[in-house]
Design a protein around this ligand. Structure first.
Ligand code: MEV
Length: 376
């Protein structure tokens, strides 16, 4: 039995073939990695890359993952469609403990440990997620200890803020023994995202909890996008952090200064979405890649690329990638490159690291299973 799932890996530090499953095996996540029983009675160790969490009993656990935007970032803010990909190997995990009465709410995370009431500015979105979720499920936010372990890199366009918010919302709901509807969960994540960057389209909030490519129109998810044949992408980190709020504000300012120019680019970005979705559905890497590369040039025109991102795109195309573009809000962050074939993804990742990317993640989107049972 092949237990390998065709999911991403952190190429620089992980074995690409690591299988993975949810680590939750009760209400306590231990510092000893448990083995996991899977279908057929086999036992396998949990993958080494999952964060090791506290041995303290917890009342609630939540998980979410990173994302990469395939097409339509920025244009989606102005009403155009977009498609984003879940990056399930890059996870955010939150744990919630209910504290005795009189204890101040607190946060443990890599960036800050201390009272929730006095978190630094960069953690305000987390405090907002805790507060909104606690109120929704009827818990006192001042009596929660929240611990966050996130692998989603911060400021790299991979949905860190949305993934952490989604994990926190899920953990708080779990602590209250509640299951939230997708729409309520989305609104709670969005409350946090609004603190993080003002006017989020909602694309990140949808994709960090999705298990298939998401097609999205502002405030209206349009369902999963079918994948006609396996396609492999490499996400390459530029090593430069950038703020989504700043990038979105840059585009807004440029649009105010030259509305016709920026609206023309936004329209062209939006017009790429159908051809890209069709190419994904038919598995035509060349057409998919062409749409991605065109999107990169359009994003550069609206001022959200950078020399480092342009160089990584050129490096990918130079070694035969089918297409490449910045992904996310830009200004820094990551490049998403499409391998011509799944077999060439490893060489593409190596080339991007040789071109200066401090790390890469490779992921293969599997073919969407046929809805009516395929060849059964
Ligand atoms: C950020 O990941 C994507 C943007 O389109 C902003 C948004 O959709 O809210 C730049």
């Amino acid at each position: 039995m092949d237990l390998t799932l065709p999911l991403p890996s952190d190429d620089a530090s992980r074995t690409p073939s690591s299988g993975r499953e949810p680590a939750r095996s009760g209400r306590v996540l231990t510092s000893v990695r448990p083995a996991e029983r899977v279908a057929g009675g086999l036992v396998r160790p949990l993958p080494a890359h999952l964060p090791v969490l506290s041995p303290t009993p917890v009342d609630g656990t939540g998980r979410a993952h990173g994302k990469a935007i395939l097409i339509g970032e920025h244009a989606v803010v102005y009403g155009a469609a977009a498609i984003a990909l879940p990056v399930p190997s890059v996870e955010a995990i939150a744990q919630v403990e209910l504290l005795p009465a009189g204890s101040p709410g607190s946060l443990t995370s890599r960036l800050h440990t201390g009272p929730l009431a006095t978190v630094p500015a960069e953690l305000m979105p987390v405090a907002a997620a805790v507060h909104a979720a606690a109120i929704e499920v009827g818990l006192d936010p001042d009596r929660l200890h929240v611990r966050i372990d996130s692998e989603v890199p911060i400021g790299r366009g991979m949905g860190s803020s949305a993934a952490v918010a989604a994990a926190v919302v899920a953990a708080v709901a779990d602590a209250a023994g509640r299951t939230l509807s997708p729409e309520v969960r989305h609104e709670l994540i969005q409350e946090s995202e609004r603190v993080a960057h003002g006017n989020p389209s909602g694309l990140d909030a949808r994709t960090v909890v999705a298990d298939a490519p998401v097609r999205f129109l502002r405030r209206r998810p349009q369902g999963a996008v079918p994948v006609g044949a396996p396609v492999s992408f490499v996400i390459a980190d530029s090593g430069v952090s950038a703020s989504t709020a700043v990038a979105v504000a840059t585009v807004r300012a440029r649009r105010e200064a030259a509305p016709a120019v920026i609206d023309g680019v936004i329209e062209e970005l939006g017009a790429l979405v159908d051809p890209v979705a069709d190419a994904l559905a038919t598995g035509e890497a060349a057409a998919l890649g062409a749409g991605m590369t065109r999107a990169h040039h359009l994003l550069r025109e609206i001022g959200v690329s950078s020399p480092v991102l342009d160089d990584l795109v050129e490096a990918a195309l130079g070694v035969g990638a089918a297409g490449a573009k910045l992904t996310g809000s830009g200004g820094g962050g990551c490049v998403l490159a499409l391998a011509r074939t799944p077999g060439s993804a490893g060489a593409l990742a190596a080339a991007l690291r040789a071109a200066g990317a401090p790390r890469t993640w490779t992921m293969t989107l599997p073919k969407t299973p046929d809805l009516l049972g395929g060849d059964a």
